[in-house]
Write a protein that binds this ligand. Structure first.
Ligand SMILES: Cc1cc2nc3c(=O)[nH]c(=O)nc-3n(C[C@H](O)[C@H](O)[C@H](O)COP(=O)(O)OP(=O)(O)OC[C@H]3O[C@@H](n4cnc5c(N)ncnc54)[C@H](O)[C@@H]3O)c2cc1C
Length: 493
């Protein structure tokens, strides 16, 4: 325990929460983690559906403080990612900091401290909060008439029911995002019948997923070789991933390549059904390891693009009255990407609630902080680079930056929050960057209610620069502890 008694509560034990925990541990800051589920892993604990693979190189998806030289494949399967995260928690001794099965339902800033309450009624007090609650953790279900009436097993892709055998069943997969694509592709090669219900086809990246050779595994164990490879990888991303940011030959070439993948579909009518009517990159690009386009041409796979009229006990009725009889129904319908830490109730200075702050628009300062919410930090908050920087690299940058903010505040016995003006300036800067990027001019889950994507629209280097140092003029320091009450009263007056 630090001499000044400073204490941090981290909410969530997915990749972000564990990364934060390791850094707090190393900094000697007292902390604990609340996790609403019974294990670590977040996304990789919850999503266990067949066909789940990481969509970036496995080596881009590991904590920099714990390299994994033994990924089985170039793009590791989901269970392997989860096993790795669990191992990190074990090896780093992080489990002892976690209070499992405790959901934080309320956080309120009062008298310079954060007062927390869990769903079970436990209370806690912290000087700072890190919301590592993820951005894809709240499943959403479609509003379809008769949804409750289906007679067979029906579940969201994030809650796969492994008691249902794959073989011999007629599966209905609703959704064409990354999960829907991966599930359909996996089931296609099983001894079962699959119908995928597609409202909007996707541009799909057909890729190879070779196993890792023993040579490579051995080579990466050399510290120099590992560092060199990781640096090369980062350089490669920074150079080649610019097509998302501006139009030009790189983007045109990518679009052509994706059209070529579609040529694998021989039946023109099926190809038409699978061809998006919007540009590449608008949505997160699903990756296919076992050639989705080949999979959907198998006789046991059916692509259905007609509107779903209603769900019946025995299947799905389509617009026009045709019925698809099904045994199992899977909702691969995604997540509420704009929930962030909600439904948790968060109240900052002067009774300002998170819902009120975000009433007209969801935003943040630098992706990690909110005006009016002192010592409250987010990992992967609004405008974080969810699409163009590997998660561990972005987390590394955000965490180092948050620790700098905490150090600045703690050094003077205060709590820190960005000013409104600085936050508005940050948001305005990003707003001018969106035109010309792939994320505008089409519908996607990044966009807020006004159609503005909530992600990082600038070059990777600019994100590094943004979080390199804190800008004191952008920050306000709020008395922490007893003197805070006076300040709050003065503000209210
Ligand atoms: C199906 C799927 C596939 C994905 N594939 C990829 C991929 O291939 N590549 C990639 O880069 N990204 C992928 N992502 C994105 C993925 O979410 C991130 O890469 C990363 O795992 C996020 O980690 P996180 O810790 O921030 O969030 P999460 O993994 O969502 O963890 C958040 C944790 O917080 C807990 N929590 C939330 N609210 C509370 C509360 N109030 N109280 C207590 N605990 C709480 C949750 O239970 C969870 O354990 C995928 C996401 C999904 C859903």
């Amino acid at each position: 325990m630090a001499r000044d008694g400073f204490r941090v509560v981290v909410i969530g034990a997915g990749m972000s929460g564990l990364f934060m925990a390791e850094k707090l541990k190393r900094s000697g800051i007292d902390f604990c983690i609340y996790e609403k589920a019974g294990d670590v892993g977040g996304t990789w604990r919850d999503n266990t559906y067949p066909g789940l693979f990481v969509d970036v190189l496995s080596r881009q998806y590991e904590f920099p403080f714990q390299p994994n030289y033994d990924w089985s494949r170039k793009f590791a399967p989901g269970p392997e990612i989860q096993a790795y995260i669990k191992k990190v928690a074990e090896d780093r001794g992080l489990r002892r900091f976690i209070r499992f099965n405790e959901e934080i339902v309320e956080a309120r800033f009062r008298d310079g401290k954060w007062h927390l309450r869990t769903a079970k009624g436990r209370a806690d007090i912290a000087d700072a909060i890190i919301a590592a609650t993820g951005f894809l953790h709240k499943p959403i279900y479609p509003e379809i008439e008769g949804r409750e009436s289906f007679a067979g097993p029906a579940f969201h892709s994030a809650h796969w029911d492994h008691s249902v055998p794959l073989a011999g069943k007629r599966w209905g997969i609703i959704g064409s995002g990354a999960s829907g694509i991966q599930i359909t592709e996996a089931l296609a090669w099983e001894n079962c019948d699959v119908t995928q219900f597609i409202r909007r086809p996707q541009w799909i990246h057909i890729r190879e997923n070779p196993t890792s050779s023993w040579r490579e595994r051995l080579f990466l164990r050399l510290p120099f070789a590992y560092r060199h490879r990781q640096r090369q990888l980062w350089k490669f991303i920074c150079e080649t991933d610019q097509w998302r940011l501006r139009p030009g030959p790189q983007r045109d070439a990518m679009q052509r390549e994706f059209r070529r993948y579609l040529e694998a579909v021989k039946d023109p009518e099926l190809r038409r059904k699978l061809t998006p009517d919007y540009h590449l990159g608008c949505t997160r690009v699903p990756k296919s390891d076992r050639n989705y386009y080949e999979a959907v041409q198998r006789p046991n796979v059916h692509i259905e693009t007609r509107r779903i009229a209603r769900i019946l006990p025995r299947g799905i009725e389509l617009a026009g009255g045709d019925i698809r009889e099904l045994d199992v129904l899977v909702y691969a319908t995604g997540f509420d990407a704009h929930a962030y830490m909600r439904p948790m109730n968060v109240t900052g200075l002067n009774g300002l609630t998170l819902d009120a702050l975000w009433k007209d628009r969801i935003f943040s300062y630098n992706g990690v902080a909110l005006p009016g919410f002192p010592n409250f930090f987010l990992l992967y908050g609004p405008f974080s680079p969810v699409n163009n920087i590997p998660v561990p690299i972005a987390l590394d940058q955000e965490i180092a930056y948050i620790l700098r903010l905490i150090a600045a505040a703690r050094g003077c016995g205060m709590a820190v929050a960005p000013t409104r003006a600085a936050t508005e300036k940050f948001v305005a800067r990003l707003d001018t960057a969106f035109p010309g990027t792939v994320w505008v001019g089409c519908k996607n889950w990044y966009a807020d209610q006004h159609g503005t994507p909530i992600l990082w629209p600038l070059h990777q280097d600019e994100h590094t620069a943004l979080l390199k140092d804190i800008v004191l003029d952008d920050l306000e320091f709020i008395p922490a502890g007893a003197s805070a009450a006076l300040r709050v009263a003065a503000d209210a007056g």
